[in-house]
Design a protein around this ligand. Sequence first.
Ligand SMILES: O=C(O)CCC(=O)C(=O)O
Length: 238
Amino acid sequence: MPPRPDFRARGHAEFPAAVPPGALADLRAACDALLAEPADDGGDGTHRIGLGRARQFLAHRHEEFPAVERFLLGPEMAAVVEACLGTPGYLFNEQFVVKGAGSGASFAWHQDGAYVGFDHTPYLTVWIALDDATEENGCVYLLARDLDRQPGLEPHVWQEASNELNGYDGDAPGTPMTAAAGDVVAFSSLTLHRSGENRTPRPRRAYVCQYSAEPLLDPATGRPKRFAKPVGEAPASA
Ligand SMILES: O=C(O)CCC(=O)C(=O)O
C-alpha cells in the first residue's frame, strides 16, 4: 500500500483512538512501573536528554513487558506504520516520555532524525498519548512539512543548559497536537516538533515508538541502531 498522500504532504497524520483500551492499560502500567525506579537522565546513549523528574525518558525496556512488545509489533501499530511508510516496517526505538507534575521542562524544536547521528532513510515516530495531552500539560506542537519538497535535516545546535538539540529559531508556534489518551500522532523523523511545559498538578505520560521501512543500521558497527524487529510478526516472548 503506498503511503497516505496527506502524510507525505504534511509530514504527520492523526489516528484517533488507535490504541485499544487494553493496550493503553498495559502501556500505562509499564510506564508507571518504570517511573517507580530511581530517576535517570536517560536519552539515546549519545544525547542525555532527560531533566530528572521534570522530563523523563524511560527507554528500551519493552522486552520486560510482553504485552507492550506484542502491542508494538501488533496489528494496530502495523496499520499506522503502513499508512505512513507504505510498509509495516521495523521497530527500532521506543521510550516513554513523562513530563513531571508542574514541570517547567519543555522540549525544544527538533527533527527526530537529528538525534540519530549518521545518514539514514527518514523514519516514522509514533507518539501515543497515555494521558489526555493538552496545551496546559505539555502536548506536542508540529510544523507541517511536505516530505517530498523538504526532504532534509535542518542544522541543529546542542543546548547545554536544557540537554537538547534545537533545530528551529523561527517564530511559528506550531500546531498543538492535543490528543485524548489512546490517540496516536504519527510524524516523520523530518518533521519539526517541540513540546510544552506541564503546568498541571499531574504527570503527562506519552509513549514514543519509532519505525523504519528497513532496519536502521549504524555504519560504525553494521548493526541495527537499538532494535530491528519486524512489525506484524509475533515476538519470540509471546
Ligand atoms: O513527548 C514529548 O514531550 C516530546 C517527545 C519528543 O519530541 C521526542 O521524543 O522526540
